[in-house]
Write a protein that binds this ligand. Structure first.
Ligand code: BDR
Ligand code: CA
Length: 313
């Protein structure tokens, strides 16, 4: 089978970085048409730079990286340096990327790619706030029906929130963009905190990356080491959740995951619960299902896949 064509929309972030590595390490299954950076964990100039650092680390400097939107549709940007550090990729010493950013804007790349490629052949993989995707859908409504599927990291139901008591970071940063995407009618697969909090970077799992003896293995170990501190302190958990790699793992081995096809709405009005993903997990409304909302994962299977693929870099 031909590899699945995807666009990764991202705000790296250590977990975004691992997701990008996983995709670039899997060329038989996944063809990364391009990577669009968005403002999120850190401001746009840093996410656009970090995406290139990761491509070079993967040995894929030919990957096209575009800068997209530098602020949410209607709100002031909220960032997460308290989790990811000042650079977004704190942990190891970071090299300066040599590869250039593409000249085009990320939103134009998304629009042009969806118009150029056969209808239903491109999957969008958002790993950050949904600003780029929503902007593309608003500017070019004709592309919406051309998207094969959107597989995204965002939201929460049982785990409720991480950036506020009620909201997960990616959705909270740009709830209006999230609303556009969740109401778009495009088939959605959603990786909420409910599942990502089950894939934790325990000490033996980090050691497996370090033991590879490769540059990619070392960087992943140092990133996850850094990233881990925050979650250990906050949740008292055994390690850090590898949120964004769940999106790519689902493309590679969907059988690792379990979820439900349900209705998910985005709160955009209430100050208290802004950005909440109101997920009808128990089917108590008659609102039409719009997303496969994932709730469970085989964590050992996930790490076996991730370790195997990172070791190929
Ligand atoms: C999400 O927010 C970011 O901090 C991570 O990269 C992930 O995409 C988790 O809430
Ligand atoms: Ca992210």
């Amino acid at each position: 089978m031909a590899p699945r064509k995807i666009i990764i929309d991202t705000d790296p972030g250590q977990d975004d970085a691992v997701a990008i590595l996983l995709a670039l390490a899997s060329p038989e299954e996944i063809d990364v048409l391009g990577i669009t950076a968005v403002a999120g964990n850190v401001p746009l100039p840093l996410t656009a730079k970090n995406a290139r650092i990761v491509c070079e680390l993967a040995g894929k400097p030919g990957t096209k990286v575009f800068a997209g939107c530098d602020a949410p549709l209607k709100r002031k940007l909220v960032t997460a340096e308290h989790v990811h550090g000042k650079t977004g990729l704190d942990g190891p010493q970071l090299p300066e990327p040599k590869m250039a950013l593409q000249a085009a804007h990320g939103v134009d790349f998304i629009i042009d790619t969806l118009r150029r490629e056969p209808k239903g052949s491109v999957t969008l993989c958002p790993l950050g706030p949904l600003t780029n995707i929503a902007t593309a859908f608003r500017r070019a409504p004709d592309i919406v029906e051309r998207v094969q599927e959107i597989v995204l990291m965002g939201g929460a139901y049982f785990e409720v929130g991480n950036i506020t008591p009620a909201a997960e970071f990616n959705i909270y940063v740009d709830p209006e963009a999230a609303e556009i995407v969740f109401k778009s009618g495009v088939p959605l697969v959603v990786m909420p905190l409910d599942v990502t909090h089950k894939v934790l970077t325990t000490a033996p799992r980090i050691q497996a990356f370090r033991a590879m003896g490769t540059e990619a293995g070392r960087m992943v170990a140092e990133w996850t080491d850094f990233f881990e501190r925050f979650d250990k302190e906050k949740y008292g958990s055994n390690g850090a959740p590898l949120h964004d790699p769940c999106v790519i793992a689902w493309l590679l081995q969907p059988g690792l995951f379990k979820g439900r096809h349900i209705n998910v709405e985005i709160e955009t009005q209430s100050e208290l619960t802004l950005g909440m993903t109101v997920a009808d997990w128990w089917g108590v409304t008659d609102r039409a299902p719009n997303a496969v909302f994932i709730g469970d994962v085989d964590a050992d299977g996930f790490f076996a896949l991730l370790t195997d693929r990172i070791s190929r870099l």
